[in-house]
Design a protein around this ligand. Structure first.
Ligand code: MN
Ligand code: MN
Length: 417
């Protein structure tokens, strides 16, 4: 009973493992290309069938190529380049035949006559320095074409160096290189000397990016250099578009990239202004509108500021309303109201040391007027009114009281009853 249960559980576990493996299998094969060197495509549709002798696909760990058994040179060599391929291994220089060529085919070896042409690497030795095996693989003659010394040792070398500079900047490159046309064939192997050497490079921002990461903004570099002496060492003078190299060779580079993206990145010549993408066609218009709005706002602000400054300069006082100014004028009273307060303050018992108050002064004035009138009356009547003398006395007493208070009467004395 227990034994059969254990058997059953083992079966279930086995099935689970099998299902997991079968599930993860297809997903992986969709994501990862058969060879990194062919991630962006197989430009000539090469196959590993020996009957396809002039377009024979050879995939190596270090690079991939299409071999042409009639020309005895590769049609193209394709490789990925990033930091992981670079190390410190010395150049091996072991030019030799490629033993993986199909049986019965002529195998070019390192001693074959190249008619004074260099044995020119397609994937350079310096691009595979991680291990002896990797570096040595670049010396297989299936990676070599007859290349003019000036082309190989100057122009090509400098472009190869530039590619490694890009890699050291952190980029990952996909590079294809080959020869086009035919000058003549040489030696017992009838090795073709191409008329032109070409190279096509796709620059990715960083290692690990896939085909789906290639956009219309992805940089491509393409050159086509005459396979002659006296070529310009500056590879930039041979810049062209990927499209041009496609029509030169008849291949379709980056065929795994969506056609609408290929269309853009293959038409561009590196270093020249990029054509405006359809989505960005109205960008200059938007920029103009933006600049216009900004200019209007700035001019408006400056005008407003100037206006305010001018107003301040011409009328500095209007800050205070004119109504406030006459206010202090109708107050001749303040000196009177601020010093003593006779109307409200209760009259002290005796005499106060205060000067005569306003009502008192008026009373005196009134009495004086009265006296004046009486005096006039008296003069006209020629008689002296006894009441006038009385008033005179009253006035004298009042004046004395108001203007000459007694020094002994002080508020302090009254405060202490
Ligand atoms: Mn070289
Ligand atoms: Mn293409």
């Amino acid at each position: 009973m227990l034994r059969s249960f254990l058997h059953a559980s083992k079966l279930v576990a086995g099935l689970f493992v099998l299902l997991t493996l079968s599930y993860s299998g297809p997903v992986r094969s969709q994501d990862t290309p058969t060879s990194w060197h062919l991630m962006l495509g197989n430009p000539s549709g090469a196959t590993s069938n020996p009957t396809d002798a002039n377009n024979y696909l050879m995939v190596k760990p270090q690079y991939a190529l299409s071999y042409n058994n009639s020309k005895r040179i590769p049609n193209w060599v394709s490789w990925q380049l990033n930091r992981s391929w670079l190390g410190s291994v010395r150049r091996q220089n072991d030019f030799r035949l490629d033993p993986s060529l199909p049986q019965g085919w002529y195998r070019v070896d390192g001693r074959d006559d190249f008619g004074g042409y260099d044995r020119g690497h397609m994937i350079p030795s310096a691009d595979r320095t991680r291990s002896l095996k990797d570096n040595s693989a670049t010396f297989l003659m299936t990676n070599i074409i007859p290349q003019s010394r000036d082309n190989n040792q100057e122009t090509w070398r400098l472009l190869e160096q530039y590619c490694r500079e890009l890699v050291n900047q952190g980029h990952e490159l996909y590079i294809l290189s080959g020869g086009a046309g035919q000058k003549y064939a040489i030696g017992r192997g009838k090795i073709t000397i191409p008329a032109t050497t070409w190279k096509v490079i796709l620059v990715l921002e960083r290692p690990g990016l896939m085909v789906r990461d290639v956009t219309t903004q992805t940089r491509t570099i393409a050159v086509s250099v005459p396979n002659e002496q006296g070529v310009n060492p500056n590879w930039r003078s041979y810049l062209t578009s990927v499209d041009q190299v496609e029509s030169l060779t008849g291949y379709d580079f980056f065929s795994n990239v969506p056609p609408h993206i290929q269309k853009v990145i293959e038409a561009r010549i590196d270093g020249k202004p990029r054509p405006i993408a359809p989505g960005l066609r109205y960008r200059p218009t938007l920029l103009l509108i933006g600049v216009g709005i900004a200019a209007t706002v700035i001019v408006g602000l400056i005008g407003y500021g100037l206006d305010r400054l001018q107003k301040r300069a011409t009328s500095p006082k209007p800050q205070l309303p004119p109504k406030l100014k006459p206010a202090p004028e109708p107050t001749p009273i303040p000196p009177a109201t601020s010093v003593p307060t006779p109307p409200s303050a209760p009259k002290p018992k005796g005499n106060t040391p205060t000067p005569p108050s306003r009502p008192a002064v008026r009373a005196i004035e009134r009495i004086e007027e009265n006296l004046q009138r009486r005096a006039e009356q008296a003069q006209t009547e020629a008689s002296v009114d006894p009441k006038a003398a009385e008033l005179d006395l009253e006035l004298a007493i009042l004046k004395l009281q108001l203007s000459d208070p007694k020094p002994s009467d002080r508020p302090s004395d009254k405060d202490v009853p």
